[in-house]
Design a protein around this ligand. Structure first.
Ligand code: FES
Length: 121
């Protein structure tokens, strides 16, 4: 079913079949009338994504429909609190593991990879 998480598949294969760039399907939209910032090109799982510079990475990922952001114990995870408390938004950024995407801002050229599995030490 499009737009819903699939169940019954192993986490790795679920990432492969779950499309991350569903601009039209994202339920997260910018509020009308809010000033826009220039877009920066970032890379998510080796695909180009254009996100507003200065917004948090978690918001940028939600906005482009990049959900889930990771899997853990065969469950899909995504940003939840957006304030650094829940750790559900962990991604790899520019080679660094376990980066809270809600705590860093989008900047041009950043390379993001969605982890698959438990937090890395
Ligand atoms: S969304 Fe909760 S820590 Fe980032």
């Amino acid at each position: 079913m499009r737009g819903q998480l699939q169940t019954g598949l192993r986490a790795r294969s679920r990432l492969a079949v779950y499309p991350i760039f569903r601009y039209r399907d994202s339920m997260f939209k910018r509020i009308d009338g809010v000033a826009r910032r220039p877009k920066a090109r970032i890379t998510v799982d080796e695909r180009p994504v254009y996100a507003e510079e200065g917004t948090t990475l978690a918001i940028a990922l939600l906005e482009v429909g990049c959900i889930p952001t990771r899997h853990h114990q065969d469950e899909a995870r995504a940003p939840y609190c957006l304030m650094g408390a829940c750790f559900e938004c962990l991604v790899h950024v520019d080679g660094a593991s376990n980066v809270q995407s809600c705590q860093i801002k989008v900047r041009a050229g950043m390379v993001v990879r969605r982890p698959n599995g438990p937090r890395e030490a």
